[in-house]
Design a protein around this ligand. Structure first.
Ligand SMILES: [Zn+2]
Length: 116
């Protein structure tokens, strides 16, 4: 299985995002679709975890608590899990001037009279 990722460098931290996944077998694809197994941290807005993980949830009354465990091989077919970062970008903020467009009406002479 191959996971292609993108690293986004922010100011003082980084973030990993999945760009493409080539599944090794159908059960692994199903496990990903149902989120028993996934890339990175579960339910994190900004993922910094570079592993494929299996997840477990403890549904405490105060809120769910997720635990994860990294895996290096597919538990269904035994193929190695490869993670390849193919792109690293830096997020740069820049100010942009916004100009708005407006409609202006003006009179234009016509030769023909409008018949009533
Ligand atoms: Zn597999």
């Amino acid at each position: 299985m191959l996971i292609k990722t993108k690293t986004i460098l922010h100011d003082g931290f980084y973030e990993l995002r999945t760009l493409d996944i080539e599944f090794c077998c159908n059960p692994m694809g199903q496990a990903f679709n149902n989120r028993f197994i996934d890339f990175g941290e579960y339910d994190m807005a900004c993922n910094m975890n570079n592993d494929v993980n299996v997840y477990h949830c403890d549904p405490y009354p105060e809120g769910p608590c997720w635990a994860q465990m990294p895996i290096k091989l597919c538990p269904f077919c035994g193929e190695a899990i490869m993670i390849e970062n193919i792109k690293t970008v830096k997020l740069v903020a820049r100010k942009e001037k916004v100009t708005a467009e407006r409609t202006v009406y003006s009179e234009e002479p016509i030769k023909k009279r409008i018949e009533e």
